[in-house]
Write a protein that binds this ligand. Structure first.
Ligand code: KIV
Ligand code: ZN
Length: 514
């Protein structure tokens, strides 16, 4: 089966996304992850653009072992030299030169005639070849270029030594059938085309970046340029995860493969999102938070009976974790009980009936029902979790020039137990002081604070999620003082942990299996 070369440009075109800027540490972290993901080429940056980018490309070139490292250069001597210098220590260096070939770019941007463009493109490729065997050429704005002229340029740069010729849809203007036929045309009309790899680079201005790339593959393209999460200039580039999963899921249509390790897709997406600060839209295919969530009752029931009724990809195959059934007013009893069991509650028929009634009443008021809501429903008159510890007093010393300290008093039965600790912040100091009293060691997985009333004296609600050994629980606390709300939330979580452990050793009608 033909293998499609995956050329990842997250660190170059992706970094050109408005608002995204990656320092060299972040670029190295992403590059290492891209290597684990199994991409074939990493375009690490545009070395002439800034000293920072030059350094980042050089560092990526040094650390990456199994993947080609590429830098971008205009068809200008200084660009090519900077690029050659930046990628030279890579095991497999590549220089990517580009020059626009559309009338509009040649006339207004470059102010050059067609004959000058051909000469300059040939020269740029030849000059880059002096430094590096692996040279790629891109006729920028290829999809809006005159077809005959484009074919002439492609033929000339291959003669000059380009090993890959990349056809960009620079402004995301092409339509899939049209772009596919452009690739087919180039493949049939350019006489020396067999001496080079044909690549495509599709932007997403009309939301067609992935479709155009797939159409190009069907018409003979051998390399696709893409980015994680589809980030890039303006509306972005074709998304790597979508192209890879389309090829993989529809093997019946695309008779090709890639070397991507699919299980690394979600991890890579999250890392890129975290380091660029670009949030992934919830409904984004493959890696979005809702990509494997089912809300409609009919869908949930179907998925619980047989996953493939509504799922074409197994979430774990792309490293996503389990399918999420989003509970809302459309959910049925089956899905609700399934979630209860996952959260550790096994209710008897009567308890379940009551809990389901409460759930439906809440779902009428609230679009999505989260795990925390389910805890509240069950704890509210159905299963009561004993308050082993109650926050009695709290003293905090904090400031910007001192180490925060907390002294805590927890009531246990008739006794008040005292504990104190310092910490990285007042909340951390509190949690350590509480741990010193309860003797429970836990890891804080999640902490969120929201205001539930308005005004300066608003009531703050803190939700925490903690893990102790394999047990995970959440806790909630409210107060006008956010440190007190934080401490209450933590104590609430600790009480649930203690209760769940006691149920495990002493099974009863309603048990919390965490
Ligand atoms: O979109 C584009 O044309 C580019 C080229 C430099 C390949 O990013
Ligand atoms: Zn681009």
């Amino acid at each position: 089966m033909k293998r499609i070369i995956i050329f990842d440009t997250t660190l170059r075109d992706g970094e050109q996304s408005p608002g995204a800027s990656l320092d060299s540490h972040s670029k190295i972290e992403i590059a290492r992850q891209l290597e684990r993901l199994g991409v074939d080429v990493i375009e690490a940056g545009f070395p002439i653009a800034s000293k920072g980018d030059f350094d980042a490309v050089s560092k990526v070139a040094r650390v990456v072992k199994s993947v080609s490292v590429c830098g971008l250069a205009r068809s200008i001597k200084a660009d090519i030299e900077a690029c050659a210098k930046a990628v030279k220590s890579a095991r497999r260096p590549r220089i990517h030169v580009f020059l626009a070939t559309s009338k509009i770019h040649m006339q207004y941007k470059l102010k050059k005639a067609e004959s000058e463009i051909v000469k300059l493109a040939e020269w740029a490729v030849g000059y880059a070849r002096k430094f590096c065997d692996d040279v790629e050429f891109s006729p920028e704005d290829a999809s809006r270029s005159d077809r005959d002229f484009l074919c002439r340029v492609v033929e000339s740069v291959i003669k000059a030594g380009a090993k890959t010729v990349n056809i960009p849809d620079t402004v995301g203007y092409a339509i899939p059938v049209e772009f596919g036929s452009l690739i087919r045309d180039i493949k049939t009309r350019v006489p020396n085309i067999d001496k080079a790899i044909i690549s495509v680079h599709c932007h997403n201005d009309l939301g067609l970046g992935v479709s155009n790339s797939l159409s190009a593959i069907e018409n003979g393209a051998e390399q696709v340029e893409c980015t994680i999460n589809g980030i890039g200039e303006r509306a972005g580039n074709a998304s790597l995860e979508e192209i890879v999963m389309a090829i993989d899921t529809r093997k019946d249509i695309f008779d090709v493969t890639t070397s991507i390790n699919k299980r690394e897709l979600c991890k890579t997406s999250r890392l890129v999102s975290k380091l660029t600060g670009i949030v992934v839209q919830p409904n984004k295919a493959i890696v979005g938070q809702n990509a494997f969530s089912h809300e409609a009752g009919i869908h949930q029931d179907g998925v619980l009976k047989k996953r493939s009724t509504y799922e074409i990809i197994k979430p774990e195959d792309v490293g996503f974790g389990a399918t999420k059934l989003v509970l809302g007013k459309h959910s049925g009893r089956h899905a609700f009980n399934d979630r209860l069991i996952k959260l550790g509650f096994e209710l008897n028929e009567k308890e379940l009936l009551k809990a389901f009634e409460n759930f439906k009443a809440l779902a009428d008021k609230k679009k999505e029902i989260f795990d925390e809501d389910i805890f509240s429903i069950v704890e509210d008159g159905i299963v009561s979790i004993p308050e082993t510890y109650r926050l009695e007093d709290l003293n905090i010393v904090s400031g910007n020039k001192i180490t925060p300290k907390a002294a805590i008093g927890l009531k246990k039965g008739a006794r008040i137990l005292k504990g104190a600790s310092s910490g990285d912040g007042p909340v951390d100091a509190c949690y350590k002081a509480i741990d010193s009293i309860t003797g429970l060691k836990s890891k804080l997985l999640d902490y969120s604070l929201k205001s539930i009333t308005s005004g300066k004296d608003a009531l703050g609600e803190v939700t925490v999620r903690i893990r102790s050994n394999k047990d995970e629980v959440s806790g909630r606390g409210t107060s006008t003082d956010i440190i007190e709300a934080s401490a209450k939330a933590y104590v609430n979580a600790v009480n649930k942990l203690i209760y769940s452990r006691s149920r495990k050793t002493r099974p009863g009608s309603a048990k919390l299996k965490l």
